[in-house]
Write a protein that binds this ligand. Structure first.
Ligand SMILES: [Zn+2]
Length: 302
């Protein structure tokens, strides 16, 4: 059981760890919340900010709580992921604010998807971590910790977030969306692959529901195609939208694992090789390798 109201799906051991850090006054200067996208890392960081800044430990009611929720609390600074890189100017500006503004409680800096930082910006952040301004807490989230500077990692306390189990996600959705059909909630849960952020999007937006359902169905069909031309034709459509490629690979991984379990031992090698290829493709995609070559190569290998 947690002491504070986190309102988050899963991650219980990590929340307990953070609460323990607060209670024992052992809060780190810098935390890294690492793990797949859309699983609640930013929400945990924001709730931790509430707990530390609010006089009553996140009462949901006071001026501080309301300012943090609206993103206008002067001592809780958020760098939300806007899809852009995070440059040196933004980090320098932050540095000035941290040293100049006096603070009653904490000065909290939340950097979402810190791998967006340029090398210069990351080095500037590192300087701050080496000599942290007093009462300052950094919470850095990342979808891929390998893209952060090793020196940033070594100066931070890392918490590794995992995707949520279907059971805990479904429980949460049932309480949040009481007016929805259980079947719809189960579908959203399955399509999200254990990522609450994705499940919420699917439930809030009918277009997203349709998009995910189609992608799921297409990939299922994909495994049935034995004709490489059919596969290539589908890929051709897919790569026209770069956002889709990442989601495609996630669902593809999930279904390949599922197939592997269904098929059982003996024919594992083919799926294992495919899973290796998918993982390699995801890494290459982040390094801006041509997605078409990558996906075609993957398809040829199974
Ligand atoms: Zn409050």
């Amino acid at each position: 059981m947690t002491r504070y109201r986190w309102h988050i799906v899963g991650h219980l051991p990590l929340l307990e760890q953070l609460e323990k850090d607060v209670e024992t006054e052992n809060v780190a200067h810098s935390y890294i919340f690492a793990g797949p996208p859309q699983i609640g890392k930013h929400t945990v960081a924001l709730t931790m900010a509430h707990i530390l800044q609010c006089e009553q430990g996140f009462c949901h009611d006071c001026v501080t709580c309301s300012q943090i929720s609206k993103g206008i609390h002067s001592e809780t600074m958020e760098f939300r992921d806007d899809g852009e890189t995070l440059g040196i100017d933004a980090i320098r500006d932050l540095l000035n604010r941290l040293y100049l503004t006096p603070s009653a409680r904490y000065k909290i800096v939340i950097i979402e998807r810190a791998e967006r930082m340029t090398t210069e910006a990351a080095n500037c952040l590192l300087k701050m971590l080496e000599e942290p301004p007093p009462q300052t807490l950094f919470m850095i989230t990342t979808d891929n910790i390998l893209e952060l500077l090793p020196t940033v990692i070594s100066r931070s306390r890392t918490l590794n977030f995992q995707t949520c189990s279907s059971a805990e996600l479904l429980d949460f959705l049932s309480l949040e969306y009481m007016d929805r059909e259980p079947k719809t909630l189960e579908l959203a849960c399955e399509l999200s692959l254990g990522r609450p952020g994705v499940a919420f999007k699917i439930l809030e937006d009918p277009d997203m529901m349709e998009f995910y359902t189609m992608l799921y169905r297409d990939i299922n069909r994909f495994f049935a195609f034995n004709n490489i031309f059919e596969r290539f034709a589908y890929l051709q459509e897919l790569i026209e939208d770069s956002n889709k490629v990442g989601i495609f690979l996630d669902i593809f991984t999930h279904l390949a694992r599922k197939k592997m379990i269904e098929v059982g031992p003996g024919t594992d090698a083919r799926y294992l090789a495919l899973l290796d290829k998918i993982i390699a493709s995801k890494t290459a995609l982040r390094q801006h390798v041509n997605p078409r070559l990558l996906l075609e190569n993957m398809m040829l290998s199974f």
